[in-house]
Ligand binder design. Structure first.
Ligand code: PEP
Ligand code: MG
Length: 324
């Protein structure tokens, strides 16, 4: 399938109306790295570090992690790699950690909550990342941040890791960019100071949508019940885009919807300028984007909203058909 899109692989993703959109890839395993060149991705917008923990039967050592992360940064050849700190708990359970018996794991002790309550592993991971950067730029994001205070505490951990490395005489990254995933509706309403403090936000649409509609992403009965192109959800995303624009906060979207061409162009029409997706989706998304007038698409979306529709999907599909 990637051959089909080979002719546009090295072209920048620009919509028909001239809007540049950055297409990045999601990764997590070493096997993903060759896709960096093969897909035309502009970098890794989401590196799911927990996958390295999930494929082992014991806790990886700091030196192993640091070597792995260094290989990822090497493979990116100067392109950005956004490392997400461990996102375990809920659907991602480590065999070598005591399981938690929780009535609602998706709403439970997971991701940054574990990282802050039991900081040993997060500290080890941050140190491994700083060492892997070895003087190069480093970008780290924290998963499942629900309130400003959690981000501040996690960011303080990064400061401590940098200070430890400095004392040890190790080279520090040329610069460190820190951000958070926006996957809980609460974070969209965080104080403006939070939006000013983070260097970037990345919308984790899979989780954000599950919590927005209160529909378990793992539950076959309900997971497809609510459309991403639902007017309520798009209006919510619009609010996030507007807040980030007013504070100058970089914003991206890295949930699965970013890799679905129709959803992706609608996200771009709502103002998202960076999308991160499975490598195989980059060609199809770029191809449709290049044929789309985002301004015209936005008018279709706004009109459908004004008409009181539940989802904009039907008028959007109709627009795409007439656009050819
Ligand atoms: C998300 O929630 O959209 C996301 C990108 O993270 P994950 O799918 O790993 O939970
Ligand atoms: Mg998530």
């Amino acid at each position: 399938a990637q051959e089909r899109y080979a002719s546009i692989r090295d072209l920048p993703a620009v919509s028909m109306c001239g809007q540049r959109v950055h297409l990045m890839m999601n990764a997590g395993l070493m096997a993903d790295l060759p896709s960096l060149a093969g897909s035309g991705a502009e970098g890794v917008g989401l590196f799911r570090t927990e996958l390295q923990f999930l494929i082992r039967n014991q806790m990886p050592k700091r030196s192993e992690l640091s070597a792995l992360y260094a290989r990822v940064i090497d493979a990116a050849e100067g392109r950005k790699v956004v490392f997400r700190t461990l996102d375990i708990g809920s659907d991602k359970v480590l065999s070598y950690m005591k399981p938690n018996d929780e009535p609602n794991p998706a709403l439970g002790w997971r991701a940054i909550r574990v990282g802050l309550d039991k900081p040993g592993v997060m500290r080890m991971q941050l140190q491994a990342l700083v060492r892997a950067a070895n003087g190069r730029p480093l970008t780290v994001m924290f998963p499942f941040v629900a309130q400003y205070e959690e981000y501040r505490a996690a960011s303080a951990e990064m400061d401590k890791a940098l200070e430890r490395e400095r004392i040890l005489g190790h080279p520090l990254p040329e610069k460190v960019e820190l951000g958070a995933m926006l996957e809980t509706p609460s974070l969209a309403f965080a104080p403006t100071k939070f939006f000013e403090e983070v260097e970037f936000l990345s919308i984790g649409g899979n989780d954000l949508k599950q919590f927005f509609f209160a529909a378990d992403r793992e539950n076959e009965r309900v997971r497809r019940r609510y459309d991403t192109l639902n007017v309520s959800f798009l209006t919510f995303l619009q609010g996030i885009v507007d807040r980030c624009a007013s504070t100058g906060t970089q914003l991206s979207f890295c949930g699965e919807d970013a890799g679905r061409p129709v959803e992706a162009i609608c996200l771009a029409a709502m103002g998202l300028r960076t999308l991160s997706m499975r490598p195989a989706s980059i060609g199809p998304v770029k191809s449709l984007l290049m044929r789309t007038d985002l301004g015209a698409l936005r008018s279709v979306i706004d009109k459908a909203r004004d008409e009181g529709r539940q989802s904009v999907r039907e008028p959007v599909m109709e627009f795409l058909r007439t656009q050819g």
